[in-house]
Design a protein around this ligand. Sequence first.
Ligand SMILES: Nc1nc2c(ncn2[C@@H]2O[C@H](COP(=O)(O)OP(=O)(O)OP(=O)(O)O)[C@@H](O)[C@H]2O)c(=O)[nH]1
Ligand SMILES: [Mg+2]
Ligand SMILES: [Zn+2]
Length: 388
Amino acid sequence: MSKKRPARKVRVDFRQNRQVRRRQDDWTQQYRADEDKVVNAQAGETVRAKGDLSRKRTILVDGKRQPVVDESLWKRGLVTKVHGLICYVRDADTRIWECTVRRILRTRLIQSRAPVTVGDHVWFSDQAAAWDGRPVGVIERVAPRTSRLSRRDRRQREQAIVANADQLLAIVSIAEPKLRPHLVDRYIVAALSGQLSPVLCFNKMDLLTADAPVEADDEPHGRLSTMEVIQEFRALGYTCLCTSAVTGVGLDELRAALKDRITVLSGQSGVGKSTLLNALQPGLELPVQTVSDQNEKGRHTTTLAELFPLDFGGFVVDTPGIRAFDMWAVEPGELEAFFVEFIPYVQRCRFRDCTHRTEDDCAVVAAVENGEISERRYYSYLKMFEDA
Ligand SMILES: Nc1nc2c(ncn2[C@@H]2O[C@H](COP(=O)(O)OP(=O)(O)OP(=O)(O)O)[C@@H](O)[C@H]2O)c(=O)[nH]1
Ligand SMILES: [Mg+2]
Ligand SMILES: [Zn+2]
């Protein structure tokens, strides 16, 4: 092994291989820092490649800095479910592997409170030979995450639920239960604050008879009809799907929106989530995960989330934690950033820390008054501000 190579040259080579990373988590940096050391120990072994995903050889070292695994022998997969210490990993051939996490990696990830979670892209070593051919593996490495949804546990510690999700599908019904536009605004804020793109699905379109005004929440403004509400969200640039699980309208668009993405599902009870998903993919059962059971060691384990594969490509994940919004804590001051139509105005307010409520010379209020910002959206902002 080429331990005595100069460190500097190796570091440069390694950086060239790095990908631009969005929203790097601390643990990943930590891991990368360790990897630099690893690569030092293995100078010349790194292969030039466009990104770290295509790098052919990275060496993991044990406590004595000895290389233990060769990445060219690892498989790539996606964690679809975590149960206690077992991660279920789906490989490129859709085979599910039962994996544990390499101890050195696990310690590091646990220290930085970022254990392997559903949605993680991982490299794992095939241990089937030692298990009579059963698909058993060991996770050796976790790819950097592009997004992470987490919630706080009772001790206020962050708990990752889903990594790398792309979008939030907010399903609402236009009737039974009635449409509540304010709730849609909340879904949008929730999605954006979790780094997900919102996709709005207005279900039960078959129940749209005469397009009567939407019953107001308790919003002190003129009433809009269902189609006007939808039009308003469209005008803001959000994807709005109009579906009916009964007539099948809009299902193709919904399928196209979900294809090849990791979609987090949300929507109140009764809006038609299960019916809609079953219409998309018959037999797709989405048991909401509330499992809390005893494993053989008598320890309580909770399955927080599971990725369900769509046969046309992509995954959906449905969890009560995400549905209940108990993780989307948004500071009042952050809120304006999630109201996309406010953004051009906020810098024109007289006060830099304007909250757009009672301040003098507020450009947002002025824009509401002259009709450039919808009154409905503005009142929604006020309501969320008070609740935050
Ligand atoms: N008219 C009409 N009814 C629908 C439609 N989609 C679902 N429903 C009905 O709405 C009711 C609730 O649907 P579900 O699919 O169980 O709703 P859900 O969102 O999964 O509800 P939870 O599991 O409680 O969260 C059922 O009686 C469905 O038949 C639709 O597009 N049109
Ligand atoms: Mg359901
Ligand atoms: Zn203002």
